[in-house]
Write a protein that binds this ligand. Structure first.
Ligand code: FRU
Length: 310
């Protein structure tokens, strides 16, 4: 034998692996986490929440992949996780339709899948975790109608309308303002991105001399709109409302007086790990886990916001 030490090392390694469960040691689990992009602070926070929760469990290893806002790349990441034989997949998909087949394939192979924040189509996943975007949209609509005394002109800057939070934040908002005198004079899909929101707002400002409020589907969008209005010298004549309410983003904008309100959109990172542990232990989890949300305004910021009721 040319490398007897290698042989011994291998034997010891194998024996250790085989002996582990018998000696009562805990099994190790590998989780694949597919993130649609890390370009926005909210998603960086989601990954940090997942990492923090997983770090408290030495038996967990999480492999993070960033699809850089590319559906095809994200689908390939899911396929890679399947080929690597991970024990569970967490995915926050970019768009519902293109990510449905890879998620379904993983699930059909027997790998548990937790879908986080944005949905896929159909039912081929283990568990969905996220806040209720329709409810957030509805609450934003009702809050805005009250703020403006039931009348006024609105610009709606929508999130990617092929992703489910964009659809729900739009539909919920329309329900929330129904019956009021609020008028949506301009709407555009800014695809969740601040530079797009800024550009769309420039068009809105050029077309409409009177805008009372901008409802943006996320805080980067609301901030982009604010910057456009400020560049046009009109930021004081209108109000801005966003969604996400990260402490260092939306909540800070509220504190600085840039936004009238920001509605919380929890990342669900901690809950994803909690439920992953249950699934890996063989415990059934609900198919749908709905996270609660708060609204932050300058009046309630110091006291931790107000929970949504409707
Ligand atoms: C980040 C983000 C958030 C938004 C969420 C919706 O990519 O745009 O701002 O709340 O995605 O899925």
């Amino acid at each position: 034998m040319r490398h007897p030490h290698r042989f011994i090392l291998l034997t010891v390694l194998l024996a250790t692996i085989i002996a582990l469960p018998a000696s009562g040691q805990q099994r190790r689990w590998t989780i694949g986490m597919s993130q649609c992009n890390l370009g926005e602070p909210w998603r960086v926070q989601m990954n940090a929440d997942i990492k923090k929760a997983a770090d408290a469990h030495p038996e967990l290893t999480v492999i993070f992949k960033d699809a850089q806002n590319d559906n095809l790349r994200q689908g390939a990441h899911v396929d890679e996780f399947v080929r690597a034989g991970v024990d569970l997949i967490i995915i926050s998909p970019k768009e519902a339709a293109p990510l449905t087949p890879p998620v379904r394939a993983a699930f059909k192979k027997g790998i548990p899948v937790i879908v986080l924040d944005r949905r896929v189509l159909g039912n081929d996943y283990t568990c969905f975790i996220g806040a209720d975007n329709k409810r957030i949209g509805r609450a934003a609509g009702a809050w805005i109608a009250k703020l403006l005394g039931g009348k006024g002109t609105i610009v709606e800057l929508k999130g990617l309308m092929t992703s489910t939070p964009g659809q729900d934040r739009n539909a919920g908002f329309r329900e929330g303002i129904k019956g009021s005198g609020l008028q949506i004079i301009f709407e555009a899909d800014m695809k969740w991105l601040e530079p797009n929101a800024r550009r769309e707002m420039e068009s809105a400002l050029a077309r409409f001399p009177a805008i009372d409020l901008v409802y943006a589907h996320n805080d980067p969008g609301a901030h982009g709109a604010y910057l456009a209005a400020r560049a046009a010298g009109r930021e004081k004549s209108m109000k801005f409302v966003g969604i996400d309410a990260l402490p260092h983003e939306g909540q800070m904008y509220v504190k600085q007086g840039l936004l009238a309100a920001s509605f919380e959109y929890p990342t669900g990172g901690r809950e994803a790990i909690e439920n992953a542990l249950l699934i890996l232990a063989g415990t059934a989890v609900p198919r749908e886990i709905t996270l609660r949300s708060r609204v932050f305004t300058k009046d309630n910021l110091a006291t931790g916001g107000e929970w949504l009721s409707n």
